[in-house]
Design a binder for this molecule. Sequence first.
Ligand SMILES: CC(C)(COP(=O)(O)OP(=O)(O)OC[C@H]1O[C@@H](n2cnc3c(N)ncnc32)[C@H](O)[C@@H]1OP(=O)(O)O)[C@@H](O)C(=O)NCCC(=O)NCCS
Length: 186
Amino acid sequence: MIEIDEQVVSLRDARSVRICGVTAEHAAAFSEFMRAVSEESPWSGMMPSEVRSQADQRKAFEEQDEDGLHWRLGVWDDSTGMIVGDCSMTRTDRAKFCHVARLGIGVRDGWRGVGLGRIMMERALDTARRDPDILRLELLVFAKNSIARSLYLSMGFVEEGMNIRSVRQSDGSFDDDVHMAIWVGD
Ligand SMILES: CC(C)(COP(=O)(O)OP(=O)(O)OC[C@H]1O[C@@H](n2cnc3c(N)ncnc32)[C@H](O)[C@@H]1OP(=O)(O)O)[C@@H](O)C(=O)NCCC(=O)NCCS
């Protein structure tokens, strides 16, 4: 997939962040970020106990980097060294499906609502449109996650259907998983 150019951006609240690719050397910061989001956000698909350890994450990144089917963008707060946002696109190598990339995104609590999600989505869409191997970008979002759904709709994603009650939250309540996608080929 297309490489990620490093970029420093100013957010709506005047804080600055640095955007760059996430590699195996960032495994510790990435695991910490994933654990933080999964601990506080009901919209994460992972429980904290399911987040990979630093060692497992490093191994996973190393393996992913060999196949060239993964794109991982990270946003750093350099004043703390923490990752505050991530966005990824993943393809399969199966011939009938390899034109499809699956998108994932998350922003750390305290950094939401200031434009980071939209900036990362724009970077992902721009990359997908320039990559001749990607024709369709798709994602799954919990139905009750209205902020994320409105962001994706505003970027041109279409809601194609949903898996009813396929999500069970830790409090026992159910949610639906909405399938959204955008065609980025010609
Ligand atoms: C969903 C998420 C990625 C959006 O990122 P973000 O940085 O908070 O979003 P942005 O600040 O770029 O806002 C994008 C849009 O979302 C909507 N939005 C953001 N915050 C909102 C709020 N508090 N209330 C209502 N709408 C809101 C607005 O439509 C906004 O559009 P605008 O750019 O015209 O203002 C982020 O909130 C997040 O990580 N949430 C927790 C985990 C999660 O939901 N992951 C996605 C799983 S599919």
